[in-house]
Design a protein around this ligand. Structure first.
Ligand SMILES: *Cc1c(COP(=O)(O)O)cnc(C)c1O
Length: 358
């Protein structure tokens, strides 16, 4: 069957496998090699690996473009940022993944780039910041405030001004949002999170459109990967593809759980504000109390895992401001909840009891 006709829930299971030949293995190959017999299409493993290709086929199809796998989400972020020329200006959300913000702050301090911070929910003000910019960097929903940007309107305005648009799609995943179809030039992922889904590896990816323009960006990013050499391990890539197979069912359950919890948390006396965009499995809450109160809640959970990171099958909770580099617009009492696939009632009972620790 033509894979483009199949739903994403089917493609995520079926893509990136070896051809159906009698006696062939069913799953993707896990290839450990540094080199290949001469005169083939790929001669050295810093350039290509069949396990990477399998993961890239599957993710590329889900995003509607061509993927490149990286050793971590930050490696993919760093690769995408190489598209900005020296001295170029990058427009970025005020609150976004702190690794991205800290990288940009360091590079701005070194005089390599200029950075303009914007409120991504204010479409007009983002557009007015685009004139003369080299890149618009979007997260939507943002980490950890879960603000939603009008990606399509922003991408259209950026295109008119020849500004390259990158969307970090880690929180939404390609099953909930496909930025390339909304007009973005590059998608980046921390595959550490939902795509692999089991909190057992780090991996990242970029995806670019299957157009001439997209392929030119793909080639620049691929060349960066090859020459900078911080490449993904085949084992991690294979595990991520194994995890990706269940993305659709994991996300379905996690999103349903998040919707239930967001509603109940909104009526809880221990919660001042619930931040939930109405989709996805991330929910942030402003605890009715100070930083210490929020820390007590996180520490009091028994089922929720008190840890950084997100997107695993297990529910995770963290006060984000304990992380250095987290922007000040993030309230001290904000707890970020990555809702997992456990039973919703069990998650609620644990959270409700922990909120009693305020
Ligand atoms: C975690 C994360 C990253 C960085 O990914 P790593 O795999 O930890 O390097 C980038 N963007 C977002 C939105 C993230 O949550």
């Amino acid at each position: 069957m033509d894979s483009e006709e199949l739903s994403p829930a089917t493609r995520v299971v079926s893509l990136g496998r070896v051809p159906r030949e009698p006696g062939e293995q069913v799953g993707a190959p896990l290839t450990f090699t540094s080199t290949y017999h001469a005169d083939g299409p790929v001669t050295y493993a810093r350039v290509g690996n069949p396990t990477w290709a399998a993961f890239e086929d599957a993710l590329g199809s889900l995003e509607g473009g061509e993927a490149l796998v990286f050793a971590s989400g930050m490696a993919a972020v760093a690769a995408a940022l190489t598209l900005v020329p020296h001295g170029g200006r990058i427009v970025v959300p005020t609150a976004a993944y702190n690794g991205t913000l800290v990288t940009l702050a360091d590079r701005a301090e070194a005089g390599e780039v200029e950075v303009t911070h914007v409120d991504v929910t204010d479409t007009e003000s983002v557009i007015s910041a685009l004139d003369g910019a080299a890149m618009l960097w979007i997260e939507s929903p943002t980490n950890p405030l879960l603000d939603v940007a009008d990606v399509e309107a922003l991408a259209a305005a950026a295109r008119e001004r020849h500004v390259c648009v990158v969307v970090d799609n880690t929180f939404a995943t390609p099953l909930l949002q496909q930025p390339l179809t909304l007009g973005a030039d590059v998608v980046v992922h921390s595959a550490t999170k939902y795509l692999s889904g089991h909190s057992d590896l780090l991996l990242g990816a970029t995806v670019t459109a299957a157009t001439d323009e997209g392929r030119a960006l793909h080639e620049r990013i691929r060349r960066h990967r090859q020459l900078h050499g911080a490449i993904a391990g085949p084992m991690e890539t294979w595990l991520a593809l194994r995890g990706l197979r269940t993305l659709s069912v994991r996300l379905e359950r996690a999103c349903a759980n998040a919707a239930v919890l967001a509603t109940r948390l909104a009526g809880h006396s221990g919660v001042d504000r619930v931040r939930y965009p109405g989709f996805g499995a991330m929910v942030s809450i402003d605890v009715a109390g100070d930083a210490e109160a929020a820390e007590r809640v996180a520490a009091a959970t028994r089922l929720w895992v008190h840890s950084t990171s997100l997107g695993g099958v297990e529910s995770q909770i963290e006060r984000r401001r304990r992380q250095p580099g987290e922007p000040e617009v993030v309230p001290e009492s904000l707890l970020r909840l990555s809702v997992g696939i456990e039973d919703a009632e069990d998650l609620w009972r644990d959270l409700d009891a922990a909120l009693g620790a305020i």
